[in-house]
Design a protein around this ligand. Structure first.
Ligand SMILES: C[S@@+](CC[C@H](N)C(=O)[O-])C[C@H]1O[C@@H](n2cnc3c(N)ncnc32)[C@H](O)[C@@H]1O
Length: 293
């Protein structure tokens, strides 16, 4: 969709986003209670992103892992990253917050504290000027697929202020961003340009410590700015075709094969691009590590 084609009335703001996810996570709870398998993000994307995430934590020497460190997942939703933190990072504590009560309810039904990791879920708004999380300064704050859902400038700035207030001096905020060269608005998202993003995080007292691209065909190629009928159309066509095949498969073995194929296509294109291009210029999402300036 081009900027010019967007119905201004259809552009969602934070209250609309909150309403949408409250309904989505309530429905997910109903499905979950009925015994349906939990819905997380794309399995193929997780296979690609998780090793990159873990390597980045090691490269930046973020003090988390195996009973070490306090972590916060902002916008924890259906728990995709809580599960990642719990199973792969294994910190001392995980706090999950979401603007919807429904997410906190859902995740309390799915994730319990263990001997090594204390887990707590709360309904809380990262744009709330009075946000209080018990005085903890976190070693790792994960905020995935959330900041672009905050189109209001003042709320976005407040969210960054809150992140800065809650990060430990040697900690890191890991956010997933597209970082296009120009701002892009969809009904769902305001994807700020890389220049605006860097200016605002700098004003909030952060600097970018690292950018790692992690997906090419398993997420929206919003990193490619420009019209929807240009390069993004070609990328979206591939994504659509993968989804069509996925929807037609019924047996677990074929689905597992397709998931691995999708991950391998991403890995191959990523490896090729990483030899030639800066991560910031890759088409899709990036892990962006923000540290106190
Ligand atoms: C696209 S989902 C991402 C969920 C999860 N982080 C993931 O990557 O799978 C966005 C989530 O952010 C939450 N959210 C949106 N605005 C928020 C805010 N101001 N404070 C806290 N959570 C928010 C929504 O309720 C929703 O659960």
């Amino acid at each position: 969709m081009d900027w010019a084609d967007i119905d201004v009335m259809a552009l969602m703001t934070q209250p609309d986003i909150r309403e949408h996810y409250a309904k989505a996570w309530a429905e997910e709870r109903t499905r979950s209670d009925a015994g349906a398998p939990s819905v997380h993000g794309s399995g193929a994307e997780d296979r690609v992103v998780q090793p990159i995430y873990l390597q980045l934590l090691r490269d930046l020497r973020i003090p988390v892992g195996e009973g070490v460190g306090d972590t916060l997942d902002v916008g924890c939703g259906a728990g995709r990253w809580v599960r990642f933190l719990q199973e792969q990072v294994k910190p001392r504590t995980i706090v999950g917050i979401d603007i919807t009560e429904q997410s906190a309810d859902l995740l309390r039904s799915r994730h319990a504290s263990t001997e090594t990791t204390a887990i707590d879920f709360r309904a809380a708004d990262i744009t709330d000027p009075g946000l209080e999380l018990g005085g903890t300064q976190f070693d790792l704050i994960n905020i995935a697929n959330v900041l672009f859902h905050i189109p209001e400038h003042d709320l976005f700035v407040q969210a960054l202020t809150n992140l800065r207030r809650h990060i430990a001096p040697s900690g890191c905020v890991m956010t997933t961003e597209y970082l296009p060269r120009t701002e892009m608005r969809t009904p769902w998202m305001l994807v700020r340009s890389r220049y605006t993003f860097e200016k605002l995080i700098t004003q909030a007292g952060f600097r970018i410590a690292a950018i790692r691209a992690f997906t090419i065909f398993n997420n929206d190629p919003m990193g490619i700015d420009g019209p929807d009928d240009g390069a993004r159309l070609l990328f979206n066509t591939v994504r659509q075709q993968f989804s069509t095949i996925e929807a037609s498969l019924t047996d677990a073995q074929s689905l597992a094969f397709l998931t691995e194929l999708r991950a391998n296509v991403d890995r191959a294109v990523l490896a090729f691009c990483n030899e030639r291009l800066a991560d910031i210029d890759l088409p899709s999402q990036k892990l962006v590590a923000l540290v106190p300036a």
